[in-house]
Write a protein that binds this ligand. Structure first.
Ligand code: 8GT
Ligand code: MN
Ligand code: MN
Length: 312
């Protein structure tokens, strides 16, 4: 997962989106106000999807998710070309340090604050204090520069091919779908999100399959694709991979999901986060519950998975 999201290129409101995303990151990482974080993020998304240039705060207010305060910021930006609030944040040394530290994979806002309080100000400082870091954070730091770089689609296609080839050796029946921003058609991604299932692996037989993902990860390590593991559970792998020809180490997420939940998992793992939120709200309005496992009528027990393919 990359920690910074930029608006798409063909967006007439991209400058608004940029400052809203920056404010959203500030609320998440420094203020730790998730409510405000989501509000700014939603406003950025709404503006990113708006086909024409917004000419005033008043016009922006007519859009869903843009209230008085954000409308005022749009006016201030249109009038002065900048935002006082952001200017002040840029001058705040501690805020800059925390923003930098949260760019390291595995370092969240609380840990970043903690490290900043200890006087750690740069990536260099951090490299001298790895004793204060978890395994995940140490690997994140090791590949800090690489993980900042976006991954072109063609590289993801190559990685997909290798995963397919390696898994076919294990078992011909594996299904693989690359999700995340790649599945949303982006030309570049922050990481590679791989979803895997197998017809014999179902929600009911889950217990009998608890070493399946480990075997998959082992095979991909042996092939030389996976270089590091950040965390590995029965259904979720987070780590790093590298093409032999590529040279840049990439973040790799793998989920193993039961066959009978595959389509809801694909939907969930494709995102975006914001799209998932609005899709879940839409399902609720229609009397359904949608999550990464199933789509089922509101009030049903959840024991039955028979609604999984309900609308696919
Ligand atoms: P990217 O190009 O920056 O990687 O963009 P992305 O592919 O949209 O983001 P991602 O962080 O890789 O997440 C892909 C999808 O996985 C998200 O849309 C979200 O629905 C789902 N997801 C999880 N776990 C988590 C999590 O811990 N954080 C986030 N942000 N998303 C998660 O399954
Ligand atoms: Mn991811
Ligand atoms: Mn991703």
């Amino acid at each position: 997962m990359s920690k910074r999201k930029k608006p798409s290129e063909d967006n007439p409101n991209s400058d608004f989106c940029e400052f809203l995303i920056e404010l959203a990151e500030y609320e998440k990482n420094i203020n730790r106000n998730l409510f405000k974080h989501k509000a700014y993020q939603k406003a950025a998304n709404v503006l990113a999807a708006h086909p024409t240039r917004v000419k005033s705060g008043k016009e922006a207010r007519r859009l869903d998710g843009i209230g008085e305060k954000i409308a005022k910021k749009i006016d201030e930006y249109l009038e002065t070309g900048k935002l006082r609030k952001l200017e002040n944040i840029h001058k705040d040394k501690k805020a800059n340090v925390i923003t930098l530290l949260t760019q390291v994979s595995g370092i969240g806002p609380a840990k970043a604050q903690n490290l900043a309080d200890m006087g750690i100000e740069t990536i260099e400082d951090l490299r001298k204090h790895t004793d204060k870091l978890t395994h995940h954070q140490i690997v994140g730091l090791k590949y800090f520069e690489d993980f900042q770089k976006k991954i072109p689609r063609e590289e993801i296609e190559k990685i997909e091919e290798i995963i397919e080839d390696e898994l076919r050796v294990l078992d011909a029946d594996y299904h693989i779908t690359i999700c995340g921003s790649y599945r949303r058609g982006k030309l570049e991604s922050g990481d590679i999100d791989v979803l895997i299932t197998h017809p014999k692996y179902t929600a009911e037989t889950h217990n009998k399959h608890n070493d399946r993902l480990k075997k998959i990860v082992n095979a991909l390590e042996k092939s030389g694709l996976i270089t590091d593991t950040l965390s590995l559970g029965e259904t979720k792998f987070m780590g790093a991979c590298r093409l032999k020809s590529g040279g840049i180490t990439r973040r790799l997420d793998i989920r193993l999901t039961p066959f009978d939940q595959y389509y809801c998992s694909i939907l969930y793992f494709t995102g975006s986060d914001m799209f998932n939120r609005s899709m879940r709200a839409h399902a609720t309005e229609k009397g359904f519950i949608l999550n990464e496992y199933s789509l089922r009528p509101l009030g049903s027990t959840g024991e039955s998975q028979k609604f999984d393919f309900y609308s696919f």
